[in-house]
Design a protein around this ligand. Structure first.
Ligand code: UDP
Ligand code: MG
Length: 318
C-alpha cells in the first residue's frame, strides 16, 4: 500500500474563545475519520495559531491534548498567522489546509480536498458556491472587489478566500516569496502547479463576531492592489495624456476666441499653459512611477520561476 500523506490543518485564531471548542470538535472528527479511512497519516495534526488573543484562546488551545499550537507575542494579523502556521508545519507535513476558526467555511470540504490531493493536485481552492448567509452588502462588496482586482491584473480565484489545501512542494514554493505585505490569495495562484477547486456553502459565523470590520476589509483590499499591481501608475500616465489632449482642444478653442476678439487679455495664454503643464506634469510623475514600480517589484524578491519537473539533473547524478 502507498504511504498516505500527513495532513496539518492550520487555524488562525484571534479572540476566538467562543467558537474554539466547537472548532476543535468538528475538525478533530474530520481528522479522525480521514485517519480511519486510511486517507491520511495517523500522525496528522491540528495546528492553531494564536494571533495575540486577549481572551482565553491560548488556554483553550493548550487544554486539548491532540491539538498543537503556536502563540504569537502579539497580534500580527490573519495573513501572518497563516504564513507562520505553514512555515512551522511544512517540514513535517505532506499537505496543509488553512481554514478560519469560525466554522463559516464548511469543514466537510476537507474530505474532498484530501481526495483531490491524493489524485495528484498540489493546490485545492475552497470556492464558495453561494453567499446566501452573508449580508447583501458583504456580497456586493466582495463581487466589486473581485472585479476590481481583475481589472488591476491580479490573478485570483473568484470566491475563494484562505480556505485551501496546499502540498508540501507548493508551500515550499510559496515560502520563497519574500514580500512583507502578504496577500496570500493573490500569491498562491502565482506558485503554479496542478490545482483544483472544491465547492462549498459559506455559513454564518458559529459564534463570536467578525474580526474583519469594514475598515479592515477596505484596507485589506487596498493592500491587495497596492502590493500586487502597478496598474494605478499606468492610470496616471493615461490621465496625463488625456489632459494634454484636452489642452490641444483648448488651444484651438482659445485661439478661435482670441481671433474673434472675445477674450480678456492674458486669458488665452493662461488657459493653454494651465492645461498643458498639468498634463506634462502628470506624464512626468508617471514616468518616475514606472521606475518606482520596477523597484517595487525588485524589492519583493519573488522567485523568478518554480520548476515542477527536472529531467536533466538526474542524468548526471550517480
Ligand atoms: N484572525 C486572526 N488575526 C486577526 C484577525 C482575524 O488570526 O487579526 C482570524 C480569525 O480568528 C478567524 C480568521 O482570521 O479565524 C478570519 O477572521 P473573521 O472570521 O473574523 O473574518 P470574516 O470571516 O468576518 O471575514
Ligand atoms: Mg469569518
Amino acid at each position: 500500500m502507498v504511504k498516505c500523506g500527513l495532513l496539518t490543518i492550520i487555524v488562525p485564531c484571534y479572540n476566538e474563545e467562543a467558537v474554539l471548542p466547537e472548532t476543535v470538535k468538528e475538525l478533530g472528527t474530520i481528522l479522525e475519520n480521514l485517519i480511519k479511512k486510511g486517507k491520511i497519516d495517523p500522525a496528522s495534526k491540528l495546528l492553531f495559531v494564536n494571533d495575540g488573543s486577549q481572551d482565553r484562546t491560548w488556554r483553550l488551545i493548550t487544554d486539548f491534548d491532540f491539538v498543537t499550537g503556536i502563540k504569537f507575542s502579539r497580534n500580527f494579523g490573519h495573513q501572518n498567522a497563516l504564513l507562520a502556521g505553514m512555515t512551522t508545519a511544512v517540514a513535517y507535513s505532506d499537505m496543509m489546509i488553512t481554514i478560519d476558526a469560525d466554522l463559516q467555511d464548511d469543514v466537510k470540504a476537507v474530505y474532498e480536498m484530501v481526495e483531490k490531493f491524493n489524485q495528484g493536485f498540489d493546490v485545492v481552492y475552497g470556492v464558495r458556491s453561494s453567499r446566501q448567509t452573508d449580508t447583501f452588502f458583504k456580497r456586493r462588496s466582495a463581487l466589486a472587489f473581485y472585479s476590481l482586482m481583475k481589472h488591476m491584473g491580479v490573478d485570483m480565484v473568484p470566491n475563494s478566500a484562505d480556505y485551501r489545501l496546499m502540498s508540501k512542494r507548493a508551500v515550499t514554493a510559496l515560502l520563497k516569496f519574500k514580500e512583507r505585505n502578504l496577500f496570500l490569495r493573490g500569491m498562491v495562484p502565482l506558485v503554479g502547479y496542478p490545482s483544483a477547486k472544491v465547492l462549498y456553502e459559506r455559513k454564518e459565523r458559529f459564534a463570536g463576531e467578525s474580526k474583519y470590520p469594514l475598515n479592515k476589509m477596505i484596507r485589506f483590499a487596498f493592500d491587495g492592489i497596492s502590493s500586487f499591481s502597478t496598474v494605478p501608475i499606468r492610470m496616471i500616465m493615461s490621465l496625463g495624456f488625456l489632459v494634454i489632449l484636452i489642452s490641444v482642444f483648448l488651444l484651438i478653442f482659445t485661439l478661435v476666441q482670441w481671433m474673434r476678439g472675445a477674450v480678456i487679455s492674458g486669458w488665452s495664454s493662461l488657459m493653454i499653459s494651465i492645461w498643458f503643464l498639468g498634463g506634462v506634469q502628470l506624464v512626468c510623475v508617471s514616468v518616475i512611477g514606472e521606475y518606482v514600480g520596477k523597484i517595487f517589484k525588485e524589492t519583493k524578491q519573488r522567485p523568478r520561476f518554480t520548476i515542477e519537473k527536472d529531467d536533466f539533473t538526474p542524468k548526471f547524478k550517480k
